[in-house]
Design a protein around this ligand. Structure first.
Ligand SMILES: Cc1cc2nc3c(=O)[nH]c(=O)nc-3n(C[C@H](O)[C@H](O)[C@H](O)COP(=O)(O)OP(=O)(O)OC[C@H]3O[C@@H](n4cnc5c(N)ncnc54)[C@H](O)[C@@H]3O)c2cc1C
Length: 487
């Protein structure tokens, strides 16, 4: 039973008792937990908690809920955090000094792997790359892949329904998860760790928590889908004369490779030039005369020779049809990794170049060329000299359509003065093309206003009703995703 506590020091003592003194951090440098990855927000936490088990998480939530119940004016709340690589300021505290950062990083056990069921059950704090490696060691593929995989956690991937580079074949994180274990806002443990691929017994609670960005419950473990490892994975780098050509190439590759097409990324030449500038050791970009380059991946279950001949057929047809002007196929795993490293270095190179206005948008694949052409033109007309960093997961209609200040203009000034107007211009354009203002990064606190502007009022009302039903105290990650009108 929880004893109501009436001041924060008593609450902190209770929390120390639950997770251990060493894992309640209140002093010293807490930047790693208080500042977001892009360094756009630096909050102040009441404490950083590092529980080691689901039971500890549940007891922490119960203690905080009891504290809130006996201190109705208190704003103590909990911000779940994984690797803190999110890009929408959803995992760091505000500056009230009343939010507890609940870091899941110590909960990083693989609870089991069921080879016949093709599943793996893991704790939320497991680093994504560790999971990929663990699956591979047993001869399986866990296909979720993104540039932050060395630091992001599966709990954060589920919390944001992360996308990444393999969505064209395997879907988002949601599609890779069969079951969840969740600590509710009341501190109860819901064991939904099902390994079932079929289960139509009512509302899909798993899908409610996935993508809810820590606002409905704390994911403590998950059962994930595995796939057989392919016999070969080949990567090609192709120069394309336009985005229309890139879309045609995608269609061609989908028709000829079928489910073998596991990656299709497009990169604008300016984005590549930033990689060349800030990471010269990466020896690129290739084909500098071309406005866009495309990275394709072909996974094959037969053999490397089969993959190679299939890939060559696609690229030959593409050259004949004019949708590719030049192409290389990586001849070794090292070369393939080097090509992917260039793609993955774009966000890092962009950060090196300075502050920029990020848009993680999606439109139907067929609309991408016209969306980019018309939005580029509008931006250049209204903000002469802006530099457009355009790259992304073209295979699934998701572009990172980012706007960098004109050369020589102070980036911070540009953002202060123009960010809102730039966002309005881009998101209005996305809406005209029936797209989404957040394809894979989520809403966090950064896009709450924009969600209110661009999401249908009925959808927002249903989202608020769900939040109210599951977290009536507004204890979990308040003011993220949807602003709650009244609790
Ligand atoms: C270089 C770089 C490249 C990236 N590329 C991609 C990409 O290709 N695709 C993509 O989708 N994202 C990408 N991201 C964004 C980010 O990596 C993903 O959103 C990732 O899924 C976040 O995981 P995390 O563990 O760091 O979560 P965090 O940043 O710690 O948290 C993200 C959100 O999830 C919530 N959360 C965290 N853990 C839990 C939990 N256990 N239970 C409930 N809620 C939780 C947090 O409260 C927060 O709202 C990239 C980021 C970087 C820095």
């Amino acid at each position: 039973m929880n004893i109501p506590v009436n001041n924060m020091q008593t609450l902190l003592e209770q929390l120390r008792h639950i997770v251990g003194d060493a894992h309640v951090l209140t002093d010293g440098n807490l930047t790693a937990w208080e500042q977001d990855w892009r360094q756009r927000s630096h909050g102040k936490a009441l404490a950083v908690l590092r529980p080691a088990s689901t039971d500890e998480v549940a007891r922490v939530v119960k203690a905080c809920a009891a504290y809130r119940a006996s201190n109705p004016t208190s704003r103590v709340s909990i911000v779940p955090q994984g690797g803190n690589t999110g890009l929408v300021v959803g995992a760091t505290p505000d500056d009230s000094g009343q939010q507890i950062v609940l870091s899941l990083q110590r909960m990083n056990a693989v609870r089991g792997l069921d080879a016949a069921n093709l599943t793996m059950t893991v704790e939320a704090g497991c680093i994504l790359q560790t999971l990929q490696e663990r699956a591979q060691a047993d001869g399986f593929l866990f296909p979720l892949s993104l540039a932050a995989e060395g630091s992001c956690t599966i709990g954060g991937n589920l919390g944001t329904n992360a996308g990444g580079t393999q969505v064209v074949r395997f879907g988002n994180t949601r599609d890779l998860c069969l079951g969840l274990e969740v600590v509710t806002a009341q501190g109860d443990i819901w064991n939904g760790l099902s390994g079932l691929r079929k289960d139509n017994t009512g509302y899909d609670l798993r899908d409610l928590f996935i993508g809810s960005e820590g606002t409905l419950g704390i994911i403590t473990a998950a059962t994930l889908k595995l796939y057989p490892l392919p016999a070969a994975r080949l990567t090609a780098w192709a120069a394309v004369p336009s985005l229309e050509a890139a879309v045609n190439l995608l269609g061609l590759a989908q028709r000829q490779l079928g489910s073998g097409l596991t990656g299709f990324e497009a990169m604008g030449q300016f984005a590549l030039s930033l990689v060349a500038k800030h990471y010269p050791h990466l020896h690129l970009p290739l084909f500098q005369g071309s406005p866009f380059c495309v990275l394709l991946e072909n996974s094959d279950h037969e053999s490397e020779a089969h993959a190679c001949s299939q890939f060559e057929r696609v690229l030959e047809a593409a050259l004949e049809q004019g949708c590719v002007t030049n192409a290389v196929v990586a001849e070794s795993l090292t070369q393939a990794k080097a090509l992917w490293q260039i793609r993955e270095s774009i966000p890092l190179a962009q950060a090196q170049e300075g502050l920029n206005i990020k848009h993680d948008i999606s439109v139907p694949v067929s609309s991408i060329p016209e969306f980019v052409r018309s939005t580029d033109a509008l931006l250049r007309q209204v903000f002469p000299g802006v530099r457009l960093v355009n790259f992304g997961h073209l295979g699934d209609g998701n572009l990172h359509y980012n706007v960098q200040a004109p050369e020589g203009v102070d980036a911070a000034d540009f953002l202060r003065q123009q960010e809102e107007q730039v966002n309005t211009l881009v998101f209005d354009s996305v809406t005209r093309f029936e797209g989404s203002i957040s394809a894979e990064h989520g809403i966090g606190s950064l896009k709450v206003d924009q969600l209110e502007k661009y999401k249908s009022p009925i959808a927002l009302e249903m989202m608020r009703a769900i939040k109210h039903a599951l977290d009536p105290q507004n204890l979990l990650n308040p003011a993220r995703v949807v602003r709650v009108i009244k609790f």
